[in-house]
Design a protein around this ligand. Structure first.
Ligand code: ADP
Length: 461
């Protein structure tokens, strides 16, 4: 409706102009031409009376008799007092009476007067000039013309314009209804799609045809919903995976505690074993919740303020901690590092990343294997590489290992105390600080994880 009304308002303005301006201009042209013709005719008559010292009915009639046909509807000649001495109108003649037409009054005051009106389908023009004898006003000549021909022409033009305007109005009305309907159809299509998606139908897409802005908005909306759908799927999967992960240790705790409660005369050794298992499951629960909290914090986008961190001392601290476990598993844990590896992050983040990678390498490489850690400062990057010669990761799983709760070998990961969140935390933490993580299998077996952070230039390093 609004589109329709605004189109019509614009076109009404244009039509109003079309119906008034040309008519007014033509009317002005006629007025100007009338002024010239009437004043010329009056001048000719004044000229023919110019030799007379005084005007009376006889000499005026004689002088006017020789004036050529002027085509005027009426001609009046008055004396200086306004008494009509000559009148071309035969019926209802004003001869002998006083007349006070404003043009005659003006002429008797010494001025040339002219007026023209367009009314009731006729141009009515009047002109009057004084008749002078030795600079004395001795009378006035008045001419009146009634023109129906030019008025008819102007009326014809007016009715043509009106017909044209009506046709244009009809066409515009039709077009505006069609155009508005086409436009509002697209808008309502988009609105329907927005409502559907708001209600949770993430698979709904809008089909707006064409290449105009509305079609582009529709296209952009579809792309937005694509992203929303992906995010929603990831969120749902995450929630269901998280619940599943939390449910498993909880079920184990419940089963173990029920067994203790329901078994009569349970021996202290078995009780101790069950309670130890309960403790391990509780530890796993707390590890999962800790990791979940860490990920939620990363997702919220609120980062702790970054500060320059030297990676080497953190690496050495992690390796000191891990060396005991490595010794236990008879894993040969070695490292090589360069000085001057500074990054912009927090010490905890760097610790977490190194710990998760080294812990995985030791966990999954198997007994009597080697784990090598390399820390290098390249031109713009600080690179940390953790390589092992364990079984490696199947090629088809490589792109997915950074996904939340993704495990190559579920049973093995659980047995090793894994939560399936370690690599997701590494990847998110590093990416939030402008870095990246990659993984690749080694030719001779095992795999290499490499992390790189943007390098921080420190003077003296
Ligand atoms: P988890 O807590 O299970 O270790 P991660 O996110 O740290 O979870 O790792 C995801 C999966 O990637 C692991 O379950 C494991 O199957 C695989 N993985 C990680 N590091 C290694 C490695 N160094 N060698 C072989 N497989 C690995």
């Amino acid at each position: 409706m609004k589109f329709c009304v605004s189109y019509l308002a614009v076109i009404a303005g244009v039509l109003l102009l079309l119906n008034t301006y040309p008519l007014r201009v033509s009317q002005d042209l006629v007025f100007r031409s009338k002024a010239t013709t009437l004043q010329n005719s009056v001048s000719v008559m004044v000229y023919s009376l110019s030799g007379l010292d005084v005007l009376n009915e006889e000499n005026v009639a004689a002088a006017m008799a020789v004036v050529e046909e002027t085509g005027m509807s009426r001609i009046l000649v008055t004396d200086s007092g306004g008494k009509v001495l000559y009148d071309t109108r035969e019926t209802d003649s004003a001869q002998g009476r006083y007349t006070f037409y404003s043009e005659i009054v003006q002429a008797l005051l010494g001025n040339d007067a002219f007026s023209c009106t367009y009314q009731n389908g006729a141009f009515r023009s009047r002109a009057a000039s004084p008749v002078l004898y030795q600079n004395q006003i001795i009378g006035a000549v008045y001419a009146y013309e009634l023109d129906l021909e030019q008025a008819a022409l102007l009326e014809g033009l007016q009715s043509n314009l009106l017909r044209l305007s009506m046709m244009i109005t009809l066409i515009v009305l039709l077009l505006s209804v069609l155009l508005s309907a086409a436009l509002t159809k697209k808008i309502s299509q988009l609105l329907t799609a927005i409502r559907e998606v708001r209600e949770g139908a993430y698979s709904h897409r809008t089909q707006i045809v064409g290449h105009d802005e509305m079609a582009q908005i529709g296209h952009e909306f579809n792309r937005l919903v694509d992203r929303l759908q992906t995010t929603e799927e990831v969120r749902r999967r995450f929630v269901s995976d998280a619940s599943h992960e939390l449910k498993t240790p909880l079920a184990a705790i419940r089963l173990l505690s029920d067994s203790i409660l329901q078994t009569d005369n349970i021996d202290p050794q078995t009780t101790r074993e069950f309670v130890t298992d309960i403790g391990q499951e509780a530890e796993r629960l707390s590890r999962i919740t800790e990791d979940l909290l860490r990920l939620t914090k990363l997702d919220s986008g609120v980062l702790e303020a970054a500060a320059p961190v030297e990676v080497l001392p953190v690496l050495e601290q992690v390796l000191r901690m891990m060396s005991l476990i490595a010794q236990e598993k008879e894993v040969d844990l070695t490292y090589g590092a360069q000085e001057g590896c500074w990054v912009l992050a927090t010490r905890d983040e760097v610790h977490q990343v190194i710990y998760n990678l080294v812990d995985n390498a030791v966990k999954y490489c198997g007994a009597k294997k080697t784990v090598q850690v390399q820390l290098r400062a390249e031109r713009e990057w600080v690179t940390l590489q953790v390589c092992d010669n364990g079984p490696g990761i199947p090629e088809e799983d490589l792109p997915r290992v950074f996904e939340r709760f993704y495990r190559v070998d579920k049973a093995r990961s659980r047995a090793a105390g894994g939560t399936g969140l370690g690599l997701a935390i590494v990847s998110d933490t590093v990416r939030r600080r402008g870095g990246e993580v990659k993984v690749a299998n080694r030719l001779g077996g095992g795999c290499c994880f490499s992390v790189r952070w943007p390098r921080l230039e420190r003077s003296g390093s």
